[in-house]
Design a protein around this ligand. Structure first.
Ligand SMILES: Cc1cc2nc3c(=O)[nH]c(=O)nc-3n(C[C@H](O)[C@H](O)[C@H](O)COP(=O)(O)OP(=O)(O)OC[C@H]3O[C@@H](n4cnc5c(N)ncnc54)[C@H](O)[C@@H]3O)c2cc1C
Length: 425
């Protein structure tokens, strides 16, 4: 089913309102609390696909400029992107395969990714070197007969711990004697290759990625056929760069959606909360916090849209500086907004009953991706894991829980349901 470009935004919004938002409590219950797949996810994805709402983050479906408002919608909830097969890191990996893969590689890895039958990961960062300088990457790719032999350790590999992750694109040194920027190549390594081991699952600032669980991976004499080389040997950076722009930009688009939710929550909380004889929204400091947040979101959105348009028209090589600016500006903006939300929510802002500290961790993650030679870096994890579970959990009996040390069950969040609905959380 093909929906004309202009109608896609309306269709995604309608689908989000009717099919995704009402299931958020369930999603939190299954995925976050019980750590099991959401039972409705497959059906929901099939439904989205049947309506043409599938793979929207890919250039052949939509320009980055047109995708921006859609990504904002999906950024409102941590799992919404997955419904439309728009989740990270699969979209940037798909784009990389589209650019660099051979026909046989496309058939084996790209097709099932487009179909949503498998998941993927991108492995550059290593625990033993400063990976912000990607020329430091030390994992070795040694040619032995008709195989590549991979040895090394990677960490913070988004999606690497997902049970459906079928392959990881590994960056490593294949030409140690070449100039620094010509040493690295990328190979596709199936997750079930002998010698590849998930060492552990990682969290970031206490935040766990429920959509694309983050892994530390060990490669010990892992053999893959020579034809698993992705792109040309020695051009690993070039191959990886095509995923860089969309990956970062899409993350920032979703971050703006997250920030919109935070502002709505700030207003909802401040409007119904009283302190020292006044409703919190009546304090000048609160109004300033909301107003500043609104201004900063609008500024960030314009920067993102401009960069998206330039990326569409001029390509990554021409706009990598803009992409780098966005990667800094949006997370910094989001951190400031999360900080204000934290103030307005008091202690609850840092509890698991509110999504704010999760937003902090997720929006902070791109700040850790900063690099000196920025165009040699990648590996955005996207998915703004901002668990909006606080507001969604209050009306169901499962929302009642006993806090350690308190003894009596209490609602996990105090904003009444009507507020929760108002803020789409
Ligand atoms: C949530 C999350 C998800 C991630 N997902 C992935 C993924 O899917 N795949 C993947 O490969 N990686 C992933 N990463 C890793 C991320 O790309 C790296 O953290 C990033 O590239 C920085 O590398 P590093 O952690 O080794 O930091 P380091 O390189 O150790 O850098 C630490 C600091 O040193 C600074 N620095 C480094 N060199 C210099 C210099 N020459 N001069 C001055 N300052 C310098 C850096 O700017 C930085 O501030 C993820 C990270 C996070 C937090």
């Amino acid at each position: 089913m093909d929906i004309p470009g202009g109608d896609l935004l309306a269709a995604v919004q309608a689908f989000f309102d009717a099919e995704i938002l009402p299931r958020h409590r369930d999603w939190v219950e299954h995925v976050v609390r019980r750590r099991e797949p959401a039972p409705f996810m497959m059906d929901l994805r099939a439904k989205a696909r049947a309506r043409g709402l599938w793979n929207l983050g890919l250039p052949e479906r939509m320009s980055n400029r047109d995708y921006a408002p859609i990504a904002e919608i999906t950024g409102r909830l941590p799992w919404a992107s997955e419904v439309f097969n728009c989740q990270a890191p699969d979209v940037p990996n798909t784009i990389m395969l589209q650019h660099a893969a051979t026909l046989a590689q496309k058939e084996r890895w790209l097709e099932p990714l487009l179909e949503g039958r498998i998941r993927s990961a991108f492995g550059m960062t290593e625990p033993d070197v400063a990976s912000s300088d990607a020329t430091n990457i030390a994992t070795t790719l040694r040619r032995d007969g008709s195989d590549w032999v991979v040895n090394g350790r990677k960490w913070y590999i988004t999606g690497g711990a997902h049970p459906d992750c079928a392959f990881v694109i590994v960056m490593g040194v294949s030409r140690p004697d070449a100039p620094r920027t010509g040493r690295h190549s990328c190979v596709i390594v199936p997750m079930d290759a002998p010698g590849l081991r998930i060492v552990r699952e990682l969290r970031f600032m206490g935040w766990e990625d429920s959509i694309a669980p983050i892994a530390e991976l060990d490669f010990e004499d892992v053999r893959v056929p020579a034809e698993n080389l992705l792109g040309e040997e020695g051009e690993g950076f070039a191959a990886a760069q095509v995923r860089l722009g969309p990956a970062r930009l899409h993350h920032c688009m979703r971050a703006i959606g997250t920030c919109e939710v935070l502002v709505e929550l700030m207003m909802a909380r401040a409007a119904e909360w009283r302190a020292f004889g006044r409703t919190v929204i009546d304090y000048d400091a609160t109004q300033q916090a909301v107003a500043r947040s609104r201004i900063e979101i609008e500024q960030a959105r314009l920067l993102v849209l401009r960069t998206a348009e330039r990326l569409d028209k001029e390509g990554h090589q021409a706009v990598w500086r803009d992409v780098s600016m966005v990667k800094v500006a949006v997370p910094e903006m989001a951190q400031r907004i999360a900080d204000r939300a934290m103030q307005i929510f008091g202690a609850m802002g840092g509890s698991d009953d509110a999504p704010i500290h999760r937003a902090f961790a997720v929006v902070a993650s791109p700040l850790s991706w900063r690099h000196i030679k920025d165009h040699h870096r990648c590996y955005p994890r996207i998915g703004i894991e901002m668990a909006c579970r606080f507001a969604t959990s209050q009306s169901s009996p499962s929302a009642q829980h006993t806090e350690p040390g308190y003894g009596t069950p209490r609602p996990s969040f105090h904003v009444p349901l009507h507020s929760a609905q108002r803020v789409n959380c």
